[in-house]
Design a protein around this ligand. Structure first.
Ligand SMILES: Nc1ncnc2c1ncn2[C@@H]1O[C@H](COP(=O)(O)OP(=O)(O)OP(=O)(O)O)[C@@H](O)[C@H]1O
Ligand SMILES: Nc1ncnc2c1ncn2[C@@H]1O[C@H](COP(=O)(O)OP(=O)(O)OP(=O)(O)O)[C@@H](O)[C@H]1O
Ligand SMILES: [Mg+2]
Ligand SMILES: [Mg+2]
Lengths: 176, 222, 176, 222
């Protein structure tokens, strides 16, 4: 329905692009926007149509002036996408969220901010986070290890953070 | 509604029955390349009703069955169960959700003829496919006062695929159709390419998507 | 010309899939293949056409039996792609090769093997490697840092390995 | 032929003239997210003759000019220079490459009328567009005995784009056309979406490509 989409859209936009929104929180500044595109055909050409218009994103990390969103770096795109995802989540948390190596492109400073942002959703949702980053592992409340002691057959083990070796392998203690 | 546990057996590289409990808020899954972490994500997508084999990185749906390895023969079937806590929620919350869903109109009088047994597949999908999307959500939350329209504190959703191509779908042990599982999670934000599962390499999908695709993701959240 | 492609193809296949080829070297075992697809139409339907046939890849990490290459994990796909790239490189080295964060999906053990494989091409080509991984940085003969002391304006600095902080930031000494 | 250095000025985030020398075999480029590392890769692609703005992550080619920041006004132009060492190679190597290119036939007699000045743009592209691909390679390596068909120990390739849309292309200071730069690197394995530049996020492109696209990459190496 039009009113429900409009209300959701405005909430997500505020969560994402507002002065205290996720984008500015993850980037430590800058500005962003979420907006509807005017229709390019049909009876409402040139105007925004709440039932039909597509959604566009603008993202400006602190001090930068990108003209198109594709100009952003790999890490900046990840942080922008995570900010939008969390903005949607704030407006309608689902029972769980699965993040498979979303921190792959992040440097350590951004992994830090990403982990801090994760922590604030705890009361409503489970986060299942797959990662190779030590810092992300430290932010988890519990760790499952997945290994293949038998070739081609996966096995789950419970893991303490100290048991994850610097080579990404799980220590012998963990695999028992 | 909270995720409680995931059980897989014969699913991709998980030849043996394996359980993951979700007792704490942030759960990390770690391990070397190729060990099965993303296969756990595929299992969750699959049990929630994923229909596209390609979206599970396979060529055909039968590719989700453990295909054997140097150490083992192939499995005869793949089975995944996802368990949810589905407690009764407070009455005020239900009313607030209803008002949000229907724009403030009270549907109480209509719902007195709601189906007595919300678990039987025919009445579940019947109630869900009643013309108006909002009316059905109202029926769902009023009948059970629970987030999932099943009158039980624990909801187990199971999907099985046999090597001969036969499929089975169960909700709390009762056989249902695949579409009943998909409809069960409608409007909860999970399953169905919503925003709750970000696959490996896909984190900036929303940025690269076209404006209409982005709109659809937001509509799922509406 | 047909004979040149055929000769190149066979060389690359041997470099990639041979018993001492790049795939087995990067995976520590397993097997792989590079093959031409039979034509599905035209005068040579059902046969391989050296001038027209498409190229297919099969990759089997040690102990596994994947049916399609898409089933491989993120890290396994990276290692397979790197093996093929190096196989092509061995057959026809270009003056330089640029690798922008190709190690993003690799665990530490695979980063190790990737770095070892890089080292063997030294006599013929420059490798320019962009990375956030400490281990990859250790394999480089020299490091350039790129930072933004002035917002939005990039600056190049020479960096010693010890000057790269664990947060990915370059130390104050490096940026002078 | 060895890469010697890269100079950029006004290109993307590199507002100021910046030089990278390539004196050692494995050169790492490191730094925080968003600082300009991939922009260096874009500069190399661009100076080698990239024609697609999209492939440089821009909307239009003018997007490669430094667009200003909180601290600076936009630049009036973008300029990138790539310098190569282009030594005379041993005669045996030239013969071996020729034989490989032509399947063993000796073209010596034909080449006596090769153009005297391989640097002038018209004769360069004329010699390169002479019907047969192999014959042109033979001409190139015989005329100069160097990997790049320019009779100089050092080859500087420069590309400039002005804010008014005007472009300039130079080889060792001489103005040439964009296609002359692209043809210069034909068959060297660099430039032109060959296999020598793996962009961020694109490492498994060859695995995901269709069989015909994969074939094209191998043909570039042939
Ligand atoms: N049906 C199947 N039977 C057996 N093994 C399978 C099956 N399907 C996939 N696999 C194997 O599972 C492995 C992939 O596992 P997965 O993608 O979960 O790895 P991962 O832990 O996410 O690794 P990475 O860190 O590299 O992303 C592949 O080696 C693949 O061959
Ligand atoms: N024409 C331009 N003028 C000014 N800045 C630009 C221009 N084009 C791109 N940029 C900026 O350059 C930055 C991207 O740099 P780049 O992609 O090189 O980062 P990176 O170092 O590779 O980071 P990552 O580690 O995240 O991949 C973006 O913030 C973008 O706004
Ligand atoms: Mg994975
Ligand atoms: Mg980058």
């Amino acid at each position: 329905s039009r009113s429900r989409f409009e209300e959701t859209f405005k909430t997500v936009r505020e969560n994402f692009a507002g002065h205290d929104g996720m984008f500015r929180r993850l980037f430590g500044g800058g500005s962003a926007d979420l907006f509807l595109l005017p229709m390019d055909a049909g009876p409402r050409a040139g105007e925004i149509d709440w039932l039909e218009s597509g959604v566009e994103i603008r993202a400006k990390p602190p001090g930068k002036e990108p003209r198109v969103i594709n100009q952003l770096s790999g890490g900046e795109k990840t942080m922008t996408a995570v900010a939008l995802l969390m903005a949607i989540f704030q407006s309608k948390p689902s029972p769980f969220c699965v993040l498979d190596e979303v921190d792959a492109a992040l440097d350590e400073a951004n992994v830090e901010r990403f982990c801090a942002a994760l922590k604030q959703f705890l009361d409503r949702s489970h986060f299942i986070v797959i990662t190779h980053h030590k810092r992300t592992m430290q932010s988890c409340d519990m760790l499952y290890g997945v290994t293949m002691p038998q070739r081609g057959v996966s096995k789950r083990v419970a893991v303490k953070f100290e048991e994850v070796g610097s080579d990404g392998r799980l220590s012998k203690a963990a695999t028992e | 509604m909270r995720l409680a546990k995931l059980t897989l057996s014969g699913f991709k590289s998980f030849a043996d029955p394996t359980e993951f409990r979700f007792d704490l808020p942030i759960i990390g899954i770690v391990g070397p390349n190729g060990c099965g972490k993303s296969n756990v994500v595929d299992a969750i997508k699959w049990v929630l009703g994923e229909r596209s084999a390609k979206s599970l990185r396979g060529g055909a749906m039968l590719d989700v069955i453990f295909a054997g390895s140097a150490a083992r023969k192939p499995s005869g079937m793949a089975a995944v169960t996802l368990s949810f806590e589905n407690p009764v929620v407070g009455e005020e919350i239900v009313r607030a959700e209803r008002a949000k869903a229907t724009g403030g109109i009270d549907f109480d009088t209509e719902d007195s003829e709601a189906p007595a047994n919300a678990n039987a597949p025919t009445s579940l999908s019947a109630s869900l496919s009643l013309g108006d999307h909002e009316a059905s959500i109202v029926k769902r939350s009023q009948v059970t006062h629970r987030r999932l329209p099943i009158d039980a504190d624990m909801v187990d959703v199971t999907r099985r695929l046999y090597a001969d191509g036969r499929s089975e779908y169960l909700i709390n042990g009762k056989k249902v159709r695949l579409r009943d599982i998909r409809e069960l999670f409608l409007d909860t934000g999970i399953g169905n390419d919503a925003y709750s599962i970000i696959e490996q390499g896909k984190v900036d999908a929303m940025l690269l998507a076209n404006p209409q695709e982005r709109r659809q993701i937001l509509e799922e959240a509406a």
